[in-house]
Design a protein around this ligand. Structure first.
Ligand SMILES: CC(C)(COP(=O)(O)OP(=O)(O)OC[C@H]1O[C@@H](n2cnc3c(N)ncnc32)[C@H](O)[C@@H]1OP(=O)(O)O)[C@@H](O)C(=O)NCCC(=O)NCCS
Length: 171
């Protein structure tokens, strides 16, 4: 199994995560989104079989989106630079095998690299519904102030998790 950017070798037609709009995005829209610079599509695959994918793009939010104690040092007239995990999906044949978490970890790694090169306060995700929220809350995501389904995780928290994981692996 390997991670790569979406390419023409991947069999998109066979992908089924159980959510029609996320299947349709991969099959019908992903290439155009990439060409137009709207997001990057990262794929976890075995041969040409797509096991799961996620998208990343940039996003700017008003400082008032976040609790004041977090963004009080941001100039209030400027927007806060963020990264958006726009879509995350695992094929139903591979669900509940830890792939969703591996995709999230891969997204975290990408965000750490992006932050080094281009800044960014946090990773944002729009939960599809209330029932999926616990999947993200377990990693420390919190709702923004003006939208219960929009969750954010500061890059500083991702760095802490990364440092803790490195310590465990080096022991
Ligand atoms: C959500 C999704 C990505 C999870 O992928 P997965 O590979 O099945 O998840 P994992 O096996 O890595 O599960 C990790 C943990 O999340 C929990 N989890 C998985 N799916 C969940 C869901 N739909 N709701 C709440 N918790 C969920 C698991 O119980 C597991 O917890 P545990 O380790 O304590 O048992 C996958 O179910 C999916 O593609 N769903 C359809 C698309 C979707 O809803 N995407 C989210 C858009 S916001």
């Amino acid at each position: 199994m390997r991670f790569s950017h979406l390419n023409s070798e991947h069999d998109r037609a066979a992908f089924d995560c159980g959510v029609p709009e996320l299947n349709a995005f991969l099959k019908n829209h992903a290439t155009q989104y990439i060409k137009r610079g709207m997001c990057a599509v990262h794929v976890f695959s075995e041969g040409n079989v797509v096991i799961g994918y996620f998208t990343l793009s940039s996003l700017s939010l008003k400082p008032t989106t976040f609790p004041a104690n977090i963004t009080k040092r941001y100039p209030q007239k400027m927007s806060v630079p963020c990264w958006l995990l726009g879509r995350l999906a695992v094929d139903i044949r591979f669900k509940r095998q830890g792939i969703g978490v591996r995709l999230l970890m891969a997204a975290f790694s990408q965000v750490l690299e992006l932050e080094q090169r281009a800044g960014g306060f946090c990773l944002v995700v729009d939960a599809k519904n209330e029932s999926i929220k616990p999947f993200y809350l377990k990693f420390g995501f919190k709702p923004v102030l003006d939208d219960e389904l929009r969750l954010y995780l500061p890059v500083s928290s991702i760095k802490e998790m990364n440092a803790q994981a490195s310590m465990v692996y080096s022991q």
